[in-house]
Design a binder for this molecule. Structure first.
Ligand code: F6P
Length: 337
């Protein structure tokens, strides 16, 4: 069999480990041929495809980014009356046919799963692997990249504690996550945040102010506030800026903000993410070898399985208020807004 592999959407730690997992298993175990498709779905439009050999697959386990490059190309999205975008599915089919690819492996987040489902709909054999720091892909307990992002954000929060305490300030740190609060919840709890704001839970700035004042009364004249980038704000302000200004107005405390940004996405994956990437990559080849197409590899409990792509497409996995970390956090006095 000849399989093509692409990475699409925002990068995250662990993509290269996944490429390695897919390709090494495909070559060594199943005797398949693998082809790297560059820059996500754009590579299928531009016919930017190269064979991958074992020599291309060394040193990938701990390498950040993606050796295949990525893009946010959405080939099924129609822009106005553009004939060109309407032709994109046909262009992709021709490229796949030209290279005689029996299956396309797509590694990506929510947008990618949607595109992968559409590619399967027009007759392509597709196997997909979830990838995102945001942890918001439906149908899998988690995806690689999340643990790495949480580890980086937790270390940043750890570092804010001492400077917050030294200056008796309120430190507001904004973490990524798009519309989901997973990174804020996990890093906020692991980093001992006093206030954690998620897009999924509405917040009341007066209650946040009260929490900070009550901490002062208990002899804690500083606070750590972890905010997800996706919380609602006013006047187009970024999450951290908005919350820091509101807290300063409400409490009179000196506040400072930190936006962690792309540091959460760059660099080496954690050991957990490397192993998850390896397992998911290997299982993807198993799906291909057994002819189970139109599916996304997923983690359920301790096991790797798969779900139909059509069930995943268009859905978002958000934090629910009954999450155990929220329950335990509230019991310990953490304010969630
Ligand atoms: O989906 C991953 C992510 O890093 C989000 O957390 C963030 O909102 C977004 O991508 C940033 O996107 P871009 O790479 O287009 O700036």
């Amino acid at each position: 069999m000849r399989i093509g592999i692409l990475t699409s959407g925002g990068d995250c730690p662990g993509i290269n480990a996944t490429i390695r997992g897919v390709c090494k298993t495909a070559i060594n175990h199943y005797g398949m041929e693998v082809y790297g498709i560059h820059s996500g779905f754009r590579g299928l439009l531009d016919d930017d495809i190269v064979p991958l050999t074992e020599a291309d697959l060394t040193g990938l386990l701990n390498m950040g980014g993606t050796i295949l490059g990525t893009s946010r190309e959405k080939p099924f999205k129609k822009k106005g009356n553009s004939a060109l975008s309407d032709d994109k599915p046909t262009m992709m089919l021709k490229t796949i046919e030209r290279h005689q690819l029996d299956c396309i492996v797509t590694i990506g987040g929510n947008g990618t799963q949607k595109t992968a489902a559409k590619l399967a709909d027009i007759g392509v054999n597709v196997v997909s692997i979830p990838k995102t720091i945001d942890n918001d892909v439906w149908g899998t307990d988690t995806s690689f990249g999340f643990d790495s992002a949480v580890t980086i954000a937790t270390e940043a929060i750890d570092r804010l504690h001492s400077t917050a305490s030294a200056h008796q300030r309120v430190m507001v740190i904004e973490v990524m996550g798009h519309k989901a609060g997973w990174i804020a919840l996990y890093s906020g709890m692991a980093g001992g945040g006093d206030i954690i704001l998620l897009p999924e839970i509405p917040f009341d700035i007066h209650r946040i102010g009260d929490t900070i004042i009550n901490r002062l009364k208990k002899g804690k004249p500083y606070s750590i506030v972890v905010v997800a980038e996706g919380i609602p704000t006013l006047n187009g302000k970024k999450a951290a800026q908005f919350v820091a200004e509101e807290i300063a107005y409400e409490t009179g405390f000196e506040t400072r903000e930190t936006v962690l940004g792309y540091i959460q996405r760059g660099g080496s994956p954690t050991a957990y993410d490397r192993n998850l990437a390896t397992r998911m990559g290997g299982h993807a080849t198993e799906l291909i070898a057994t002819g189970q197409f139109g599916r996304m590899v997923s983690l359920k409990g301790a096991s790797i399985s798969s779900v139909p792509l059509k069930d995943v497409a268009g859905k978002l996995k958000l934090v629910t208020e009954d999450h155990d970390l929220i329950t335990q956090g509230r019991r310990m006095g953490v304010c969630f807004g």
